[in-house]
Design a protein around this ligand. Structure first.
Ligand code: PFF
Length: 468
């Protein structure tokens, strides 16, 4: 499609907010704190930050710029920029499949956030004083997790909202949401972190998150940090290619990539600073797993003045953060069917949205049924000859985040670094910014993309499977 007919962002800020909306989501507020807790804090955080800087940011620049150059989503972009029949298209296809898989379980967690909006608004998280009352606050998560009906209902509700927004289209749906909600989220998180700084566990939390305890870090932890740097920045599956494809020629891509990555990392660290002081103040377990944010935050809300209001605000914003990310996941999947197969937007979004919804049902049933929960993990453990397996939900997250996204990122890095014509690449990067013309910066980026990122990804993967 020519630049004239493709829809474009209403403004540069529209792109920045929507891309930041995609990046900032459950990955920052739900997943990052819990995997930090499971991996012992400090050293994991440091590896994660190194991955963001050395692998994530260069790949983000690569994705946005490949999208802008091709004016297409991932499959079309790889296809258009290479000769007919070239296998590079497969990298784009892997991205579409990854988006499908991620959204299927992402929506289940977003459903938990929606359930918590209701609980919070009903005043569930206020006025807990005795140890029994405080423990009862945490127990709400266990009850929700084990309830198949509630999980499925909220998952369906969240997917329905996501589908409705994506049918409405690029500008109306995505752009407007980010404009208001992102700043609101930052303000609320900063306020909660300020509150957490007054708690007695604050010092321990800071040394947990920023102290260097290398003994706790494993090869699997390093793989998880790498995978999470892709997950949190929405990289490795073409979301940023898709959003970049709605940019005009005159829009720059480098400065915005830095802004988005910085904002995303800031939100993740702020989330840890709000959350871990509560963990340590109330003697809770940092390695509590996927329930962490749903247990810790309410425990603090229940003892804060105006706790119900804060709790409601927090979970509303968490839901919206999840929504702007979910929208980008569905957008990648749907835009393949729209751009490459010629489907209408409503048809593509409705059909694929419903397919993802159905594929997500086993994830919604992973906490409350034997079939996709403990029975599934035992079967997996048996099949792999290991002591412990993962249930359906955890297994999909592990596969998608730790393997599929980094593989997609590896493909993109090799493509943008080695396959694209240097003259074209440089010219395209010079449009709308000075980056392409500042030689050391350009070469620094290029060699990060060509050598550092691919080698890092391959080494971490080999290490994780015990070959290194
Ligand atoms: N970046 C999102 C988060 O941190 O919650 C998740 C995500 C969105 C991953 C879009 C990948 C993606 F393409």
């Amino acid at each position: 499609m020519s630049e004239g007919t493709r829809s474009h962002w209403g403004s540069k800020a529209g792109f920045v907010l929507a891309a930041a909306g995609s990046a900032v989501g459950l990955g920052n507020l739900w997943k990052f704190p819990y995997i930090t807790g499971e991996n012992g804090g400090g050293a994991f955080v440091l590896v994660y930050l190194a991955c963001i800087l050395l692998v994530g940011v260069p790949i983000m620049v690569g994705e946005v710029f490949v999208g802008k150059l091709a004016q297409k989503g991932p499959v079309g972009a790889f296809g258009d920029l290479t000769p007919r029949g070239s296998p590079w298209k497969l990298v784009g296809a892997l991205g579409v499949v990854t988006g499908f898989v991620i959204l299927s379980y992402y929506s289940v967690v977003a459903g938990w956030a929606m359930h918590y909006v209701l609980l919070a608004a009903r005043g569930t998280f206020s006025g807990a004083d005795t140890p029994e009352e405080i423990a009862a606050i945490g127990a709400h998560f266990g009850a929700l997790y084990a309830d198949p009906t509630l999980n499925v209902l909220w998952h369906v509700a969240f997917m329905a909202i996501t589908i409705a927004i994506v049918i409405a289209g690029v500008q109306k749906g995505v752009e407007r949401a980010g404009r208001v909600l992102m700043p609101a989220l930052l303000v609320v998180l900063a306020a909660l972190a300020a509150y957490a700084a007054t708690l007695s566990g604050f010092g321990r939390a800071v040394s947990f998150v920023f102290g260097l305890h290398t003994e706790d870090l494993t090869g699997a932890g390093v793989l998880e940090a790498l995978g999470h740097s892709f997950f949190t920045l929405s990289l490795g599956m073409g979301a940023m290619i898709t959003y970049g494809s709605y940019l005009r020629r005159e829009d720059g891509v480098v400065a915005t990539s830095f802004v988005i990555s910085g904002l995303d990392t800031g939100v993740a660290l702020l989330a840890c600073l709000a959350l871990f002081p509560i963990t340590f103040t109330y003697g809770m377990e940092p390695a509590a797993g996927p329930g962490l944010v749903f247990v810790n935050m309410p425990t603090a809300f229940a003892q804060m003045p105006g706790g119900s209001v804060w709790a409601t605000l927090f979970f509303v914003l968490l839901t919206f953060a999840a929504l702007t990310s979910a929208v980008s996941l569905l957008e990648v999947v749907a835009s393949y069917f729209i751009d490459e197969l010629g489907w209408s937007r409503p048809r593509a979004v409705a059909v694929l949205g419903v397919a993802i919804l159905l594929f997500g049902i086993p994830s919604a049933l992973s906490g409350g049924t034997e079939l996709f929960g403990s029975g599934f993990s035992t079967a997996i453990a048996g099949a792999l000859g290991q002591e412990r397996g993962k249930n359906w939900f955890d297994g999909l997250d592990y596969l998608a985040s730790n393997w599929m996204l980094p593989l997609g990122g590896l493909g993109l890095a090799l493509f943008a670094g080695w396959r694209l014509d240097d003259v074209k690449r440089r010219a395209a990067l010079s449009e709308g910014g000075t980056f392409g013309r500042i030689v050391p910066l350009y070469l620094g980026w290029l060699w990060l993309l060509r050598i550092v990122a691919p080698i890092a990804i391959v080494l971490v993967m080999l290490h994780a499977i015990g070959l290194l």
